[in-house]
Design a protein around this ligand. Structure first.
Ligand SMILES: *Cc1c(COP(=O)(O)O)cnc(C)c1O
Length: 369
């Protein structure tokens, strides 16, 4: 039926985010039990949530007849102490994706544009287009950000430059000196949104917190999340760190209770579970080494990763993704990112990594014949 009212015209051409496929959905389709299917498709924590977070959620659930604290007093206070900033430097989100949308509300309208790198996170263009803004995509360099070219691409109508570091889906990272130079040279009227969803996986992250603490760069925001290393993707909690004046504007945009009770309780507990974070990093380092070695042995090109996933050039990406899926291994096809020969594989547990590598080896051997 044709709708009797006119939709917002931006919806007609708005791209749709393609998430990693859920285990239950794939299992249902294959007629398998969910236990026979593994998901290495959304960069989730393969070790599960922190046990302390799980306990905190159980306890907090008793109070779920009440609205959560919309200002998330305790979570902001703990985060601020951890980061060496004040609660006024922090905005929370229903996942950090929520904050990306706040940035659109705050800054973007028809005729404006954002600057992104080729092969960067799909949510940036979706949000830009939702607000009627254009997307300037700068060709990647070795699958990573070409920062000088991104700087040159800025126009009078550029409102936001997004830099994901490490980047998803390529796993590349920019180093400190070029990043600092870029931040210094970007015109002050343009917001630099540094998406640091995977920063906790890095040995030597670029640390821009001193710039925030100094208070001299109101056009910088760092985006982080509890979805990845903290293992809370299902609860939806992320945060932005920026200049208090800009944060105050974003606080007006958010819904009154956008980070739910359980997410706040879990995030608070997860921040204190250093052991879980350490375990997760160790598992990731070992799993990434294993997977990269296995890919090398199969003669499969990959992009060396600074995150918890590896982008691998398997040939016919969509077909290999489907063949892996039939073997109960869910990965992420990359056609939507204009990388049709590639799949992205999240690092799993040692057993999951072995299973994925084994299945891929079988498939690629079969395809060569
Ligand atoms: C996973 C991811 C996020 C985090 O999303 P949430 O909404 O916090 O779950 C943000 N940016 C990038 C680049 C990501 O890969």
């Amino acid at each position: 039926m044709k709708l009797p009212f006119r939709l917002n015209p931006v919806l007609e051409h708005l791209p749709v985010y393609q998430p990693g496929r859920p285990v239950e959905e794939v299992a249902r389709e294959l007629g398998l039990s969910a236990r026979g299917v593994i998901k290495l498709a959304s960069n989730e924590n393969p070790l599960g949530p922190s046990p302390a977070a799980l306990a905190a959620v159980k306890k907090a659930a008793r109070g779920m007849n009440m609205y959560p604290d919309g200002s998330a007093f305790y979570l902001k206070r703990k985060l601020a102490a951890r980061l060496g900033v004040t609660p006024a430097h922090l905005v929370l989100g229903n996942g950090s994706n929520d904050i990306i949308e706040f940035l659109g509300h705050a800054l973007l309208g028809p005729g404006d544009n954002i600057v992104v790198s080729q092969y960067s996170f799909a949510v940036y263009p979706i949000v830009a287009k939702l607000f009627g803004a254009d997307v300037i995509t700068v060709p990647a360099r070795d699958y990573g950000h070409d920062l000088p070219a991104m700087l040159r691409a800025v126009t009078a109508r550029t409102k936001i430059v997004f830099v994901a570091n490490p980047n998803n889906p390529t796993g590349t990272a920019v180093s400190a000196a070029p990043m600092r130079r870029f931040a210094a040279e970007l015109p002050e009227r343009v917001l630099l949104a540094m998406d640091e969803a995977y920063v906790e996986f890095q040995d030597k992250p670029v640390d821009l917190l001193p710039v925030i603490r100094a208070g001299r760069k109101p056009n910088l925001i760092l985006l982080r999340t509890f979805s990845k290393i903290y293992g809370l993707a299902g609860l939806r909690a992320g945060y932005g760190i920026g200049h208090p004046e800009f944060i105050a504007a974003l606080e007006k945009i958010r819904q009154p209770f956008h980070v739910n009770l359980l997410a706040q309780a879990a995030a608070l507990a997860a921040l204190d579970d250093a052991a879980h974070v350490k375990r997760t990093r160790r598992n990731n380092d070992a799993g990434r080494d294993f997977l990269e070695k296995a890919l090398r042995a199969m003669n499969v090109e990959f992009v060396p990763s600074s995150a918890n996933f590896v982008l691998a050039r398997v040939g016919a990406g969509q077909e290999v993704f489907e063949q892996l899926q039939r073997r109960g291994v869910i990965t992420r096809p990359m056609g939507g990112y204009q990388l049709p020969e590639w799949i992205r594989i999240s690092i799993g547990t040692p057993a999951e990594n072995r299973r994925c590598a084994g299945a891929l080896r079988q498939i690629l051997r079969g395809r060569k014949k």
